[in-house]
Design a protein around this ligand. Structure first.
Ligand code: ATP
Length: 231
């Protein structure tokens, strides 16, 4: 579903992603892993068109994303949950959720009810400002907002960072449900190994801007963990 080939990215003179290949097959939940600063967020931002790439190709569901500006990528069917719970703090929960509606193919005018089935707390707080929600509720709002688009691929950048354990568990259950029951393809950046093992069926590891390992989650062994993940 998502194919990245020979991607090179620079911040000014600093070569950050090197000849990077990555495959996210349809229906999988793939976890992008690696130590701090190896380029995980940079890669996701390249996929979303938020950063320019120097060379390489990003293809999604038959579309060459290199030719699409950032604003066109979400309507193609990519939902994005950036790092750091980026709600629109001055807008209400309802307004935050409605933002995705115009990008839907079916031009639906209502927030899909399954969003509130997944996140009942959002229904209770529809009139509350995004910035007044707790951290966990904000993360649920941002995931809900990405789902309003009716994406085929959901990209999440460290969705559990700084979130209390019971909400982490809830978010894990929801990602599992979206992937296994609804068939949404998921690409997830996650540092917490137990969480990654619970929700993802595949892993890809980056090290200093290069893709160094990938496979089924069951193949993520102690040697790979020691070499590329432990600090
Ligand atoms: N705006 C920027 N300008 C210059 N360098 C940057 C910028 N953003 C990130 N970098 C550098 O690019 C490299 C990759 O950063 P990135 O945030 O993509 O890593 P990451 O794997 O997502 O890290 P983390 O797990 O800490 O979020 C790092 O060396 C970082 O310092």
């Amino acid at each position: 579903m998502l194919q990245i080939e020979q991607l090179n990215q620079y911040y000014g003179q600093s070569h950050t992603l090197w000849d990077l290949d990555l495959q996210v097959p349809e229906g999988t939940c793939t976890c992008l892993m690696g130590r701090n600063g190896v380029g995980k967020t940079t890669l996701l931002q390249c996929v979303m068109g938020l950063l320019p790439i120097r060379s390489g190709e990003i293809r999604f569901a038959g579309n060459n994303l290199n030719k699409q500006i950032a604003e066109r990528r979400a309507p193609l069917g990519i939902g994005y949950v950036p790092q750091g719970r980026q709600t629109f703090p001055m807008l209400t929960v309802e307004e935050n959720l409605r933002i995705g509606l115009p990008a839907r193919k079916d031009k639906a005018k209502q927030i899909p009810p399954f969003i509130f089935e997944l996140f009942p707390v959002l229904k209770e707080m529809l009139g509350r400002k995004g910035g007044d929600l707790s951290g966990g509720q904000q993360q649920q709002l941002v995931i809900g907002r990405a789902l309003v688009l009716d994406p085929k691929l959901l990209i999440l950048d460290e969705p559990t960072e700084g979130i209390q354990p019971n909400i982490v568990q809830e978010i894990g259950d929801i990602i599992l449900r979206l992937n296994r029951e609804i068939g949404l393809t998921v690409l997830l950046v996650e540092q917490k190994l137990p969480f990654a093992r619970k929700v993802a069926d595949r892993f890809c590891i980056l090290d200093r801007g290069r893709h160094v390992a990938a496979g089924e989650m069951g193949q993520l062994d102690d040697e790979l963990i020691r070499q590329y993940l432990t600090v």
